[in-house]
Every structure is written in structure tokens, then in C-alpha cells.
Write a protein that binds this ligand. Sequence first.
Ligand SMILES: [Zn+2]
Ligand SMILES: [Zn+2]
Ligand SMILES: [Zn+2]
Ligand SMILES: [Zn+2]
Length: 167
Amino acid sequence: MARHMSRHSGKIFNMVAAGVSCDACGKGGFSGKRFKCLLCYDFDLCSDCHEAGETGSGRHSTSHPMQCILTRVDADLYYGGESHSVETPLSFTCPLCAQLGFSEAQLRDHVTKQHGESASAQEVICPVCASHPSGDPNHLTDDFLSHLTMEHRPPRDYELVISSLTP
Ligand SMILES: [Zn+2]
Ligand SMILES: [Zn+2]
Ligand SMILES: [Zn+2]
Ligand SMILES: [Zn+2]
């Protein structure tokens, strides 16, 4: 029993958190929530600065879509530290309209229906890659819908649906 526990390793999380610092107050290696802008390349805020509406010194603005990313410590606090794999608890922000709270499948659905062709009009950072401990934290894509359907393929059941959406 409990074999699935070995699927994720705390090491990866620590490495990710250690490399991030807040772009407004400069605090580095913080634990807890961080907020990552999905339009500005490599722009992260600690939760204090995010709540205070800090924008740092660059082109970032409070209207930009922000992806909330939990560190391992927080994920354990939120979800009791058991029986949840790392990829389930996240809620994603749509980088195109800043709407919050999607699961990966819902986000794919939302982008397909709400943004469709215009999903390729803007260069954004993928919130799924950014949230994933082993993903690329600054994966820029100028065709978010294709990226979602190609790189974040759903389990087999959905393959028929997806293949009917892609040309
Ligand atoms: Zn800060
Ligand atoms: Zn920004
Ligand atoms: Zn959207
Ligand atoms: Zn991605």
C-alpha cells in the first residue's frame, strides 16, 4: 500500500523555491504562496506584496493575470499532507483574461471555448508549466491553446475530443 507516496520528492520543490525572489521587495527564498505574473517574463511577488498591490519597477501592472503557486510546505498545510499528488491541488489562472480557479482540464476547456483563435494573439507564460515543480517556470508561448493541447495532454479518455479540436 501507499506506493504512490514515492512519486514526488521534496527535493525538487526546495530547488524551485530557492531560486525565486520577490520582484517588489527583493525577499528571496520565501516559503508560502508566491504569485507569478503570466505576462511579464520572470516576475514573481511574495504574498505580502501581492496583497499590497506592489508592481515593482518594471512594466508589471496589477491588472496582469497572476498565477498563485504553493510551495510544498503550503500544499501540505492545505491538503493535510497525505493522499494528494502534487498535480491535483493547483488552481490555474487564465493568462489571457486573468480569470482564476481553473483545474487543468477546465482551463483547457475555457481557453478553447472563450479564446479560441485569439489565444495565439498574445505571448503569455503557461500557468501549468509555471506551477509544476518539474516544469519550466517561465515557459513563454505565443500559441497558448496549442501549447495546452500539445504539451498538457489529458489522459487517454480525452484524446478523441482533443483530436477533433486540432486541425
Ligand atoms: Zn515581496
Ligand atoms: Zn506583469
Ligand atoms: Zn480566459
Ligand atoms: Zn505549459
